[in-house]
Design a protein around this ligand. Sequence first.
Ligand code: FES
Ligand SMILES: [Fe+2]
Length: 438
Amino acid sequence: MISQEMNDSLTRVGPGTDAGAVLRHYWQPAALSDELMSGRPVVPVRLMGEDLVLFRDTKGQLGLIGRACPHRGADLCFGRLEDNGLRCPVHGWHFDRSGQCVEQPGEPAGSRMHEQIKSPAYPVIERNGIIWAYMGPGDPPPLANFDCFRAPDTHVFAFKGLWKCNWLQAMEVGIDPAHASFLHRFLQDEDPADSYGKQFRDSAADINIPMTKLLRDYPRPDITVDETAYGMRLTALRHLDGDKTHVRVTNQIFPGAICIPMSREMTITQWHVPIDDTSCYWYSMFTSYTKPVDKSLMREQRLKEHRLPDYAPLKNASNNYGYDPDEQGSETYTGMGLDINVHDQWAVESMGAIQDRTREHLGKTDVGIIHSRRMLRAAIAAVKEGRTNDLPMWGETDPAAITGPISNDAIAAGTTPEEATATSDAARRAACPWDAHV
Ligand code: FES
Ligand SMILES: [Fe+2]
């Protein structure tokens, strides 16, 4: 339980807010590359409460500038994509991808007024299916050398979805290893052979128990957290019968992302990026350590559940997330179908637009959430005091030297959990067709 003042500090994201200032010190997903595949690559982007327009100019370079025309505020999303920039249809003022006004065709000939006119503009880069924006002060830090960035484009599939709630509660469900035994419980096990592209449907690590059964049968994990250069590692132990322990290692990539195992083949690295205070997108990078990702199958699976162009889920509050009490009795813990994304979406949206943390009661299994909030508070203080070197991935360690993060399920039998995780991770990396060594 925290004060209202602290809840505001940790959740609000607009310019000048506490958490917003921390989030702006990191590259954030602004759009999927898929969204710029049309004949006119111009899309609106609302990021941390700021309205922007993202476009690819005639030379193929990306620009992210203010959505409102600096002249009198018309919407540049309807701009003419020409002459290597965007031209406002109202009076023809023309902006390049740095946001500079380079032409005002209706002003008197020889006028140099345009030299003084600049739209807000942010650096953008494109990596493995996602376009990233840096909206903070100074030069952006390099991206860390995470697997989702190192893997070739063939081995990463990116997708996104809209959640109507604050970013922090969206992220917090991802650092809560206990919920998987309940929220995502399937009362029947399905054949792991039918698991491609889905989470929690594979067999657990190298034993022949479906993950669904393991999570169901062992609902009281021992959870520990360790601070790392990139954020936090969470280790959840489920002590099985005999001397075996199931070890699940997941991560928070500070401040808004998580990295978790999806199956033996893939991990999910997922950013929770604020649109504004009360809505956010999840952006997932599914990274394969074996075969190339079947992108068209994964896209097709997910497009069946989402509406374009805003990637809003078809199951949502307006239709009770597809809730079916009969299904809840016999098939799933939620009664909301087999897609675990819908379970998470319901869990975080039903907390309210911004979860009222003055009324919560955290338990022992919430250790990840407690620790993560402590890190966010420390980061807010560091930004306020100008100690940016104290921020994760800003200090001494070169982000390029930050690899992994290790994210897997393993079985410890006669070994420590750390050894089991390390052995399983080393085997995965050794067999990986792209250079995944750490
Ligand atoms: S409002 Fe855009 S050029 Fe006038
Ligand atoms: Fe979940």
